[in-house]
Design a protein around this ligand. Structure first.
Ligand SMILES: [Zn+2]
Length: 203
């Protein structure tokens, strides 16, 4: 997951993640099964010290086949944009060999994320071509943990729907929130940018 040099970017998913996917039974027939898998990835990402307490995965929404998983790699990748949703979209589009997961020749895909997308990931989700977004914890749960979710339009779920992306929220929310709370309780790094004395940041 380390960028090798400034002019050639190579993104490696953590080895434990690749191994886990090989050992996991597919497909995931229900939305809850997909979310439980993703929440487990978020917990393991912390345990393996490969990143923050966030994970995501893109599945075929019709039969639950996993296209690609992703986890937050901000700390180990030393890169602020490596949120779980971004990593997942990169991995999925590399696997599908397209920048548009809504291409007519492809099956419908959905992105399942352990926490609702932040302002950056909301844009990435919109541009990715997924047809459905499935969320566990809410943005306010992440902010309660100390993470900055950025400025999202208040009506952002409706904005997605207007672009043909359906959204399911609060799927296994309690389990997803427990991972965030455990991370904070264990002293996990809250990797927001340093903004001096900017008054708007919550602790
Ligand atoms: Zn994000």
């Amino acid at each position: 997951m380390i960028f090798v040099n400034p002019s050639s970017f190579t993104l490696h998913l953590p080895e434990w993640l690749e191994t886990l996917v090989r050992q996991t039974n597919h497909p995931f027939p229900t939305v809850e099964a997909r979310m439980n898998f993703v929440i487990e990835l978020s917990r393991l990402n912390v345990r393996h010290e490969t990143g923050g307490p966030f994970a995501a995965a893109i599945f075929r929404s019709d039969d639950g086949t996993l296209l690609a998983p992703g986890v937050n790699l901000v700390l180990t990748g030393r890169c602020s944009v490596l949120h779980a949703e971004i990593v997942t979209i990169i991995a999925a589009q590399a696997k599908a060999v397209t920048y548009d997961l809504s291409s007519p020749e492809l099956p419908p895909y959905e992105l399942v994320t352990s926490t609702e997308p932040c302002a950056m990931c909301l844009g990435a989700v919109t541009w990715s071509g997924i047809r459905r977004l499935v969320c566990g914890a809410r943005g306010e749960d992440a902010e309660e943990t100390g993470f900055d979710e950025g400025e999202k339009p208040p009506e952002w779920p409706k904005g997605l729907e207007r672009r043909g992306i359906t959204i399911l929220r609060d799927i296994c929310r309690d389990k997803a929130v427990a991972v965030l709370r455990d991370y904070r309780a264990s002293g996990g790094i809250i990797y927001n940018p340093y903004r001096g004395n900017a008054p708007s940041m919550k602790p």
